[in-house]
Design a protein. Structure first.
Length: 196
């Protein structure tokens, strides 16, 4: 892999879009890291460990480039909600989120030459409106929930499920853009005006 200024260690189209919209130039590399939570691991620590592991895995073959890894975890009532296995699992998750607040933690890590130079977990709280079973099933049929933690995407159809966000909306989408840009400025990847 040729050296570049920044490599995003993610296959998430949301993260790619958020970083590109911020004017940051980057290359993509898949980390190949399996997302497995340790027994009893809190949401924030799990997300941070995954972000660091993804960035470290790519950094080993990145030729001195700065690597950005990220991971998003949804937690509700003490349960961490990953990507749904199937329609029934997505329905269970959305039924759990209905009418309640839940926590979204997105962690990011910057790694260079196999060393973590900065990492942080950012938390937002999201409240859903009350959802009926028919509405949940109709949303699942759109296909949108199936590749997303917590079985919803706030940036598209899922926006209609949300009544309140405490914290950054970008964080709920998968990348706390302001925090990431500030970190990239500290490591001379972007200028103080924004992207490069």
């Amino acid at each position: 892999m040729a050296a570049t200024k920044l490599i995003l260690a993610s296959t998430s189209p949301r993260r790619r879009a958020l970083l590109a919209a911020a004017g940051v130039e980057f290359e993509l590399a898949e980390s190949g890291v399996e997302e497995e939570r340790l027994a009893g691991e809190p949401a924030g620590k799990f997300a941070l460990r995954m972000a660091e592991d993804k960035a470290l895995a790519v950094s080993r073959r990145a030729g001195g480039a700065l690597v950005l890894g990220a991971d998003t975890v949804v937690e509700c009532g003490g349960e961490i909600l990953g990507k749904p296995r199937d329609h029934a699992d997505a329905h269970r998750m959305l039924r759990m989120l209905s009418g309640r607040f839940h926590t979204v933690v997105t962690a990011f890590a910057l790694v260079r030459d196999g060393r973590i130079v900065e990492s942080r977990a950012v938390t937002s709280r999201v409240r859903f409106r009350d959802l009926g079973d028919d509405e949940i099933d109709a949303y699942i049929r759109t296909g949108e929930p199936m590749d997303k933690a917590g079985a919803y995407g706030i940036q598209a159809e899922g926006a209609g499920l949300v009544v309140e966000v405490e914290g950054e909306r970008d964080n709920v989408m998968g990348l706390p853009v302001e925090e990431v840009l500030a970190a990239l400025r500290r490591h001379a990847i972007v200028s103080h005006e924004g992207g490069r």
